[in-house]
Write a protein that binds this ligand. Structure first.
Ligand code: ZN
Ligand code: ZN
Length: 383
């Protein structure tokens, strides 16, 4: 595939100065920028072509090699960028034009974190992960909680700019505004370029002229703040919720990160959770289960009376409708299941022992203490 001449693409003379090259690229980039030409393949190609040309002609070493050997002079090294999509181009070029990228200036503040493009100013703040312990009672109907966390908040003295009294920013002297440091090494295989973000300016390309004294130029400060978290009813252990824009403030006006709240369910003293149902083990005495009784059982928001019919078999589950946990993001609630168990005392008095022995001889007690209602059992043993 024969390539067009880079000077021709940018419409500049072979003797053009670096400034002229930059101006020419800027003009073409604005005209064919994909934001202005949505779904226009031809514009995108022109944009990429111009960007490639600029990438070479703006670099003195590459330009010299190109002048000498043409396109073939550029492919020996490892430093040529293959742009897989236009967003790569943005992330690569947004720093070239100084603190704020031309694209953002021209098209308004269209940049966003979601589009993979670098912000015009400031490094985005990081996300904060918070584990929030909640009881089953709180989960059952939802709760609003306040927690204290330490996070970076926007500095009020400089309104996040990081500079004192409205002083301006200047190009970083370490990376000359590129935001990255390139280390070139040569070997028999060609040229290798190692690119790292500039540590002096945090990859922003600019530094604050006169830093704000309150925040030492960061534009943010570490503070303890109270955050309100509305726990939705029905959350489960390990569920999480994202509080957008409530994480750490960015450096020098960069966008804030998120708070990610991870819910941790505190095990309950006597309820077991099964989905949105809760299980309660009720223990009653042998006479009570035989005769029937009315008991009070705990619920997630108080107590409830429950009638146990005489002759209820141990292990039976009694269902109390909608006394469980509210469904997450849905109407209705789970149930409370009460499992009926017989309380077996470990210690008994002499009198109790006598009474129990007496009971043991009673015909109905004897049968039920054998093998239940299985009449065949008696036949099998010839009884
Ligand atoms: Zn400040
Ligand atoms: Zn720098």
């Amino acid at each position: 595939m024969s390539k067009r001449d880079y000077y021709e693409i940018l419409g500049v003379a072979k003797t053009a100065s670096a400034d002229e090259v930059k101006k020419a690229y800027r003009k073409i980039a604005m005209q064919f920028h994909p934001d202005r030409n949505p779904d226009n393949k031809e514009a995108e190609e022109k944009f990429k072509e111009a960007t490639e040309a600029y990438e070479v002609l703006s670099d003195a070493t590459k330009r010299q090699r190109y002048d000498q050997f043409g396109h073939s002079g550029l492919h020996g090294g490892q430093d040529f960028h293959g742009f897989s999509n236009v967003n790569d181009i943005f992330s690569h070029f947004s720093d070239i034009f100084g603190g704020s990228s031309i694209f953002d200036d021209f098209f308004g503040q269209t940049s966003s974190r979601g589009r993979g493009r670098r912000r015009s100013t400031g490094t985005p703040g990081s996300d904060l992960r918070v584990t929030l312990k909640v009881t089953l009672e709180e989960i059952a109907s939802g709760v609003s909680k306040k927690i204290k966390i330490k996070k970076h908040v926007t500095c009020e003295s400089c309104k996040g700019t990081g500079s004192d009294g409205g002083s301006s920013t200047k190009t970083c002297s370490v990376c000359n505004g590129a935001g990255e440091i390139r280390n070139v090494s040569r070997s028999v295989f060609g040229q290798f370029v190692n690119i790292q973000p500039c540590s002096n300016c945090n990859g922003e390309g600019t530094v604050v002229d006169k830093p704000c004294r309150a925040c030492v130029g960061d534009g943010r400060k570490l503070e303890e703040v109270t955050v309100k978290i509305d726990v939705p009813a029905g959350v489960s252990d390990g569920n999480y919720m994202t509080l957008r824009g409530q994480g750490n403030s960015g450096l020098r006006g960069g966008p804030a990160g998120d708070i990610i709240v991870v819910f941790q369910e505190i095990p309950h003293d006597y309820f077991k959770r099964e989905g949105d149902d809760i299980l309660y083990d009720l223990f009653i005495s042998f006479p009570e289960i035989v005769l029937g009784t009315e008991v009070e059982v705990p619920t997630l928001n108080g107590k409830a009376k429950l009638k146990i019919d005489g002759g209820t078999q141990p292990g039976k589950l009694l269902r109390m409708r909608e006394k469980g946990i509210q469904h997450l993001n849905q109407h209705g609630a789970g149930d409370e299941l009460v499992r009926v168990n017989i309380f077996v005392p470990k210690k008994i008095s002499v009198k109790e022992r006598e009474l129990l022995k007496e009971l043991l001889d009673m015909p109905n007690i004897k049968i039920s203490s054998g093998s239940g209602d299985d009449k065949n059992f008696f036949k099998r043993f010839g009884l």
